[in-house]
Design a protein around this ligand. Structure first.
Ligand code: HMG
Length: 398
């Protein structure tokens, strides 16, 4: 049975910060953020937005675009590392907001940026096993990446969600079974203690951990497929990497091609990777969703037809667990993503001033205790906390 991604949609804030302006404000040469780190803009979540509202928005859109009734969903998982409650999963809020019925497994998965891929792979196995009995899985990867004002990680923040409808009709990407290369190791490269809203990171060490994980997962995959010697990765039409920032994907690709024995590993970057970095450069790191944002970006921006061609995907979550897996692009994939109208939606966003951005960052400090109030202005809104209960409004309650 072929299984994989039947539909995909993306939600992101309507405001962003220009990183050249941030560099000037921090007394850093803009070239460091734009070329050295390889990003241009980062999405900033407004106070009435959070992981739940992004996840619900993306989930509702993918159901509508695929014509999937909520009762066709038999498994709803949200992969996130920026959940809103220690116990109640983001997925339960999403269930309520988009109206998914009771005969559904609903839960959250966590392993830093790998949490979404973990949910995806387990959901695909659930469908392959026959236990889905014709039902589909909805996996949403949703996060707000936050390191704090003035930290080295500040230009690598972002916010948003990617919803993936998984089924035995993989019209976007048929995902290969049994050949995913895995690399997991207990490291402290990036983490977020229970008492902190901001991530802690040993930045340069995290880069090395990511690169080690590329080696481990890719070598494992090559063993599983009995890869012939030589430039094995040339048989992929494209490669999508987890993108905390663009330069990291470039380093990852250099590492992967070196493992293939390529003496000029950067030469294939434009051909295999660059199309996947255009949208991440507009939105920033969205943690669990970053790999799937790169996938959407490569489908949107690759001019040549990709239908029927294999691609490779590398997922990395700090802490760490990583996976290199493969899929075959479906007949509708490129048109599907173009129909989402992402370039126009990105262009319609508003640029924040540095003062506005810093005010939003400060306001987020107290959001988890903010009483219900304010005027919700969008499809899904976080209204505040009522008797220790987070309260949202969705279109159904509008
Ligand atoms: P930093 O230490 O401030 O930057 O922070 P740097 O000094 O390493 O410089 C960065 C690059 O800019 C260097 O290039 C410089 O040469 C260059 P590289 O050597 O890397 O090729 N540069 C310039 N280029 C052009 N013009 C200039 C200029 N000046 C310098 N004027 C760091 C960088 C990434 C460490 C920081 O932003 C950080 O800590 N970010 C967060 C952690 C992170 O994203 N790690 C990535 C791997 S771990 C991961 O991906 C998992 C994650 O997504 C979390 C999860 O799993 O949940 C983070």
């Amino acid at each position: 049975m072929e299984v994989g991604i039947e539909g995909l949609s993306i939600a992101f804030p309507e405001v962003y910060l220009d990183l050249a302006e941030l560099a000037v404000a921090r007394g850093v040469a803009p070239g460091k953020y734009l070329d050295g780190i390889g990003t241009r803009r980062m999405a900033v979540a407004l106070p009435e937005e959070d992981t739940v509202t992004f996840a619900a928005r993306a989930a509702r859109e993918v159901l509508e675009r695929t014509g999937t009734a909520p009762d066709q969903i038999g498994l709803l998982a949200v992969g996130t590392e920026t959940a809103v409650d220690h116990s109640k999963p983001v997925a339960s809020f999403v269930q309520g907001l988009v109206g998914i019925g009771p005969r559904c497994r609903v839960f959250e998965t966590k392993h830093a940026c790998y949490g979404g891929t973990a949910a995806l792979q387990l959901s695909l196995d659930w469908i392959r096993s026959g236990n889905a009995r014709g039902k589909k899985a909805l996996v949403v990867c949703a996060d707000i990446a936050r390191y704090g004002i003035g930290t080295p990680g500040e230009p690598t923040q972002g916010a948003g969600a990617v919803a993936l409808l998984l089924s035995d009709r993989p019209e976007l990407l048929a995902i290969e079974a049994g050949t995913a290369g895995i690399a997991a190791v207990d490291v402290h490269d990036f983490w977020r203690p229970l008492y902190s809203k901001d991530a802690m990171v040993d930045g340069h060490y995290s880069v090395q951990c990511y690169l080690d994980a590329v080696s481990g997962a890719y070598q494992h995959h090559k063993e599983l497929v009995n890869a012939p010697p030589g430039l094995y990765s040339d048989h992929f039409a494209a490669l999508a990497y987890h993108v905390p920032y663009g330069k990291m994907a470039k380093k990852a690709h250099r590492q992967l091609r070196s493992l293939d024995g390529d003496v000029d590993p950067d030469a294939s970057f434009e051909r295999l990777v660059a199309a996947g970095l255009m949208m991440p450069a507009e939105i920033g790191n969205i943690y669990t969703g970053s790999l799937y944002l790169a996938l959407a970006s490569l489908l949107e921006n690759t001019k040549a037809p990709l239908a029927g061609r294999p691609i490779g995907l590398f997922s990395y979550g700090s802490g760490s667990c990583a996976e290199f897996y493969t899929g075959v692009v479906g007949p509708k994939a490129q048109q599907w993503v173009r129909d989402l109208g992402l370039p126009a939606r990105l262009a319609a966003r508003r640029s924040l001033s540095i003062a506005e951005y810093e005010e939003i960052m400060r306001a987020r400090e107290d959001l988890d205790r903010r009483p219900v109030g304010g005027a919700p202005g969008r499809d899904f809104s976080f209204l505040g906390v009522d008797g220790h209960r987070r309260t949202y409004r969705g279109p159904a309650q509008a």
